[in-house]
Ligand binder design. Sequence first.
Ligand code: RET
Length: 250
Amino acid sequence: PEWQVASSDGHRTLWVMFGIMVASSGVFALSSWNVPISKRVYYVVTTLMTIIASLSYFAQASGHATSFSCITVRDQHEHVPDTFHEVCRQVYWARYVDWALTTPLLILDLSLLAGIDGAHTLMAIVANVIMILSGLFSSFGAAGTAQKWGWYTIACVAYLFAVWHVALHGTRMVTAKGDRSRNLFNLMGLYAFLLWTAYPIVWGIADGARKTSVDTEIMTYAVLDALAKPVFGLWLLISHRALAETNVEL
Ligand code: RET
Protein backbone atom coordinates (compact mmCIF):
# COMPACT_ATOMS: atom_id res chain seq x y z
CA PRO A 1 0.00 0.00 0.00
CA GLU A 2 0.87 3.69 -0.28
CA TRP A 3 1.57 5.05 3.21
CA GLN A 4 0.73 8.66 4.05
CA VAL A 5 2.65 9.45 7.24
CA ALA A 6 4.19 12.40 9.07
CA SER A 7 7.83 13.24 8.35
CA SER A 8 10.37 14.84 10.67
CA ASP A 9 8.86 18.28 9.88
CA GLY A 10 5.52 17.14 11.20
CA HIS A 11 7.13 15.68 14.30
CA ARG A 12 9.04 18.88 14.99
CA THR A 13 5.79 20.85 14.77
CA LEU A 14 4.16 18.48 17.26
CA TRP A 15 7.03 18.94 19.74
CA VAL A 16 6.88 22.74 19.36
CA MET A 17 3.14 22.63 20.06
CA PHE A 18 3.78 20.46 23.13
CA GLY A 19 6.16 23.18 24.38
CA ILE A 20 3.67 25.98 23.67
CA MET A 21 0.87 24.17 25.52
CA VAL A 22 3.09 23.37 28.55
CA ALA A 23 4.31 26.98 28.71
CA SER A 24 0.75 28.36 28.50
CA SER A 25 -0.39 25.94 31.21
CA GLY A 26 2.41 27.23 33.44
CA VAL A 27 1.54 30.88 32.80
CA PHE A 28 -2.21 30.31 33.31
CA ALA A 29 -1.68 28.25 36.49
CA LEU A 30 0.71 30.77 38.05
CA SER A 31 -1.48 33.75 37.21
CA SER A 32 -4.47 32.09 38.87
CA TRP A 33 -2.90 32.37 42.32
CA ASN A 34 -3.79 35.97 43.04
CA VAL A 35 -7.22 35.93 41.50
CA PRO A 36 -10.35 36.50 43.63
CA ILE A 37 -12.54 33.43 44.01
CA SER A 38 -15.26 34.97 41.81
CA LYS A 39 -12.84 34.89 38.85
CA ARG A 40 -11.05 31.65 39.69
CA VAL A 41 -13.23 29.35 37.60
CA TYR A 42 -12.08 30.94 34.31
CA TYR A 43 -8.47 30.25 35.24
CA VAL A 44 -9.19 26.66 36.22
CA VAL A 45 -11.13 25.97 33.01
CA THR A 46 -8.52 27.63 30.78
CA THR A 47 -5.55 25.96 32.49
CA LEU A 48 -7.19 22.52 32.26
CA MET A 49 -7.71 23.14 28.57
CA THR A 50 -4.01 23.71 27.85
CA ILE A 51 -2.93 20.88 30.18
CA ILE A 52 -5.11 18.44 28.22
CA ALA A 53 -3.70 19.79 24.95
CA SER A 54 -0.17 19.28 26.31
CA LEU A 55 -0.93 15.62 27.00
CA SER A 56 -2.40 15.18 23.53
CA TYR A 57 0.57 16.80 21.81
CA PHE A 58 2.99 14.70 23.86
CA ALA A 59 1.15 11.58 22.76
CA GLN A 60 1.27 12.64 19.11
CA ALA A 61 4.88 13.90 19.12
CA SER A 62 6.22 10.79 20.81
CA GLY A 63 4.56 8.68 18.14
CA HIS A 64 1.71 7.26 20.16
CA ALA A 65 -1.99 7.72 19.69
CA THR A 66 -1.89 7.21 15.96
CA SER A 67 -3.43 4.59 13.77
CA PHE A 68 -3.99 3.96 10.07
CA SER A 69 -7.11 4.38 8.03
CA CYS A 70 -6.80 2.44 4.76
CA ILE A 71 -8.92 2.83 1.64
CA THR A 72 -8.87 1.13 -1.75
CA VAL A 73 -8.35 3.46 -4.69
CA ARG A 74 -8.90 2.64 -8.34
CA ASP A 75 -5.75 3.08 -10.47
CA GLN A 76 -5.85 5.86 -13.05
CA HIS A 77 -5.14 4.05 -16.31
CA GLU A 78 -6.91 2.70 -19.37
CA HIS A 79 -6.19 -0.97 -18.88
CA VAL A 80 -8.81 -3.61 -18.53
CA PRO A 81 -9.37 -5.19 -16.08
CA ASP A 82 -9.33 -2.40 -13.49
CA THR A 83 -6.60 -2.51 -10.89
CA PHE A 84 -6.64 -1.03 -7.45
CA HIS A 85 -4.20 -0.04 -4.76
CA GLU A 86 -4.49 0.71 -1.07
CA VAL A 87 -3.82 4.10 0.50
CA CYS A 88 -3.21 4.08 4.24
CA ARG A 89 -3.21 7.43 5.99
CA GLN A 90 -1.97 8.11 9.46
CA VAL A 91 -4.79 9.29 11.73
CA TYR A 92 -3.85 10.97 14.99
CA TRP A 93 -6.78 9.92 17.13
CA ALA A 94 -5.27 11.72 20.15
CA ARG A 95 -6.59 14.91 18.55
CA TYR A 96 -10.16 13.77 19.04
CA VAL A 97 -9.52 12.85 22.68
CA ASP A 98 -8.12 16.36 23.16
CA TRP A 99 -11.00 18.08 21.35
CA ALA A 100 -13.69 15.97 23.06
CA LEU A 101 -12.46 17.28 26.42
CA THR A 102 -11.29 20.80 25.54
CA THR A 103 -14.06 22.11 23.28
CA PRO A 104 -16.53 21.64 26.19
CA LEU A 105 -14.16 23.69 28.36
CA LEU A 106 -14.07 26.45 25.74
CA ILE A 107 -17.86 26.43 25.59
CA LEU A 108 -17.95 26.58 29.36
CA ASP A 109 -15.70 29.67 29.31
CA LEU A 110 -18.00 31.44 26.85
CA SER A 111 -21.16 30.33 28.68
CA LEU A 112 -19.87 31.60 32.01
CA LEU A 113 -18.83 34.88 30.41
CA ALA A 114 -22.32 35.44 29.04
CA GLY A 115 -24.13 33.94 32.05
CA ILE A 116 -25.93 31.21 30.08
CA ASP A 117 -28.02 28.95 32.34
CA GLY A 118 -26.92 25.42 33.19
CA ALA A 119 -29.45 23.63 30.98
CA HIS A 120 -28.45 25.41 27.79
CA THR A 121 -24.75 25.22 28.63
CA LEU A 122 -25.10 21.46 29.11
CA MET A 123 -26.91 21.04 25.80
CA ALA A 124 -24.21 22.95 23.93
CA ILE A 125 -21.49 20.90 25.64
CA VAL A 126 -23.11 17.54 24.88
CA ALA A 127 -23.71 18.56 21.25
CA ASN A 128 -20.05 19.38 21.09
CA VAL A 129 -18.97 15.98 22.39
CA ILE A 130 -21.27 14.33 19.84
CA MET A 131 -19.63 16.49 17.13
CA ILE A 132 -16.10 15.36 18.02
CA LEU A 133 -16.95 11.65 18.44
CA SER A 134 -18.81 11.66 15.11
CA GLY A 135 -15.74 13.25 13.53
CA LEU A 136 -13.59 10.44 14.98
CA PHE A 137 -15.90 7.75 13.56
CA SER A 138 -15.90 9.55 10.23
CA SER A 139 -12.11 9.62 10.02
CA PHE A 140 -12.01 5.80 10.19
CA GLY A 141 -14.94 5.31 7.84
CA ALA A 142 -14.34 4.01 4.32
CA ALA A 143 -13.75 6.84 1.85
CA GLY A 144 -16.62 7.98 -0.31
CA THR A 145 -19.18 5.92 1.58
CA ALA A 146 -22.44 6.93 3.17
CA GLN A 147 -20.92 5.79 6.45
CA LYS A 148 -18.04 8.27 6.37
CA TRP A 149 -19.97 11.27 5.12
CA GLY A 150 -22.99 10.31 7.24
CA TRP A 151 -20.88 10.69 10.39
CA TYR A 152 -19.46 13.92 8.98
CA THR A 153 -22.97 15.28 8.42
CA ILE A 154 -24.04 14.30 11.95
CA ALA A 155 -20.98 16.11 13.29
CA CYS A 156 -21.83 19.26 11.32
CA VAL A 157 -25.43 19.25 12.55
CA ALA A 158 -24.18 18.90 16.14
CA TYR A 159 -21.79 21.79 15.51
CA LEU A 160 -24.57 24.06 14.24
CA PHE A 161 -26.70 23.09 17.25
CA ALA A 162 -23.91 24.09 19.65
CA VAL A 163 -23.17 27.37 17.84
CA TRP A 164 -26.85 28.24 17.75
CA HIS A 165 -27.25 27.63 21.49
CA VAL A 166 -24.23 29.65 22.54
CA ALA A 167 -25.02 32.51 20.15
CA LEU A 168 -28.74 32.73 20.89
CA HIS A 169 -28.69 32.34 24.67
CA GLY A 170 -25.33 34.04 25.03
CA THR A 171 -26.39 37.27 23.35
CA ARG A 172 -29.71 37.20 25.24
CA MET A 173 -28.10 36.75 28.68
CA VAL A 174 -25.09 39.00 28.24
CA THR A 175 -27.18 41.99 27.20
CA ALA A 176 -28.31 42.31 30.82
CA LYS A 177 -24.69 42.62 31.91
CA GLY A 178 -24.01 45.86 30.11
CA ASP A 179 -22.25 47.10 27.00
CA ARG A 180 -18.68 46.21 27.87
CA SER A 181 -19.46 42.60 28.71
CA ARG A 182 -21.66 42.31 25.66
CA ASN A 183 -18.98 43.68 23.34
CA LEU A 184 -16.40 41.31 24.80
CA PHE A 185 -18.69 38.28 24.43
CA ASN A 186 -19.64 39.21 20.87
CA LEU A 187 -16.01 39.70 19.85
CA MET A 188 -14.75 36.52 21.52
CA GLY A 189 -17.72 34.56 20.23
CA LEU A 190 -17.10 35.71 16.67
CA TYR A 191 -13.39 34.92 16.97
CA ALA A 192 -14.17 31.41 18.26
CA PHE A 193 -16.82 30.83 15.60
CA LEU A 194 -14.50 31.77 12.71
CA LEU A 195 -11.66 29.63 14.08
CA TRP A 196 -13.84 26.62 14.90
CA THR A 197 -15.43 26.66 11.47
CA ALA A 198 -11.97 26.23 9.91
CA TYR A 199 -11.63 22.79 11.57
CA PRO A 200 -14.34 20.96 9.58
CA ILE A 201 -13.01 22.61 6.40
CA VAL A 202 -9.43 21.49 7.06
CA TRP A 203 -10.75 18.07 8.04
CA GLY A 204 -12.71 17.76 4.79
CA ILE A 205 -9.64 18.52 2.67
CA ALA A 206 -7.11 16.55 4.75
CA ASP A 207 -8.74 13.56 6.50
CA GLY A 208 -11.80 13.47 4.31
CA ALA A 209 -10.61 13.94 0.72
CA ARG A 210 -6.90 13.23 1.50
CA LYS A 211 -5.81 16.14 -0.67
CA THR A 212 -2.99 17.31 1.64
CA SER A 213 0.01 15.60 3.22
CA VAL A 214 -0.10 14.54 6.86
CA ASP A 215 2.58 17.19 7.57
CA THR A 216 0.46 20.01 6.15
CA GLU A 217 -2.48 18.74 8.18
CA ILE A 218 -0.39 18.76 11.39
CA MET A 219 0.82 22.32 10.72
CA THR A 220 -2.61 23.70 9.88
CA TYR A 221 -4.18 22.23 13.01
CA ALA A 222 -1.19 23.51 15.00
CA VAL A 223 -1.88 27.12 13.96
CA LEU A 224 -5.61 26.73 14.66
CA ASP A 225 -4.96 25.09 18.06
CA ALA A 226 -2.53 27.83 19.07
CA LEU A 227 -5.12 30.50 18.23
CA ALA A 228 -8.04 28.60 19.81
CA LYS A 229 -6.37 27.68 23.12
CA PRO A 230 -3.39 29.80 24.33
CA VAL A 231 -4.36 33.00 22.45
CA PHE A 232 -8.07 32.69 23.23
CA GLY A 233 -7.26 31.82 26.86
CA LEU A 234 -4.88 34.74 27.35
CA TRP A 235 -7.38 37.13 25.82
CA LEU A 236 -10.18 35.89 28.06
CA LEU A 237 -8.16 35.98 31.26
CA ILE A 238 -6.83 39.49 30.64
CA SER A 239 -10.04 41.07 29.37
CA HIS A 240 -12.67 39.84 31.83
CA ARG A 241 -10.70 40.94 34.92
CA ALA A 242 -12.03 44.47 34.88
CA LEU A 243 -15.63 43.36 34.35
CA ALA A 244 -17.40 42.71 37.64
CA GLU A 245 -20.52 41.54 35.76
CA THR A 246 -18.69 38.44 34.57
CA ASN A 247 -17.98 37.20 38.12
CA VAL A 248 -19.00 33.63 38.79
CA GLU A 249 -19.85 32.26 42.23
CA LEU A 250 -19.77 28.48 41.96
C1 RET B 1 -14.64 17.77 12.86
C2 RET B 1 -14.98 16.83 11.71
C3 RET B 1 -16.40 16.55 11.60
C4 RET B 1 -17.21 17.81 11.40
C5 RET B 1 -16.87 18.87 12.36
C6 RET B 1 -15.66 18.89 13.05
C7 RET B 1 -15.44 20.04 13.95
C8 RET B 1 -14.41 20.24 14.76
C9 RET B 1 -14.20 21.40 15.58
C10 RET B 1 -13.09 21.40 16.34
C11 RET B 1 -12.65 22.42 17.21
C12 RET B 1 -11.53 22.28 17.87
C13 RET B 1 -10.93 23.24 18.74
C14 RET B 1 -9.78 22.92 19.33
C15 RET B 1 -9.08 23.76 20.23
O1 RET B 1 -7.90 23.75 20.30
C16 RET B 1 -14.54 16.93 14.12
C17 RET B 1 -13.27 18.32 12.51
C18 RET B 1 -17.90 19.95 12.55
C19 RET B 1 -15.15 22.53 15.57
C20 RET B 1 -11.55 24.56 18.97
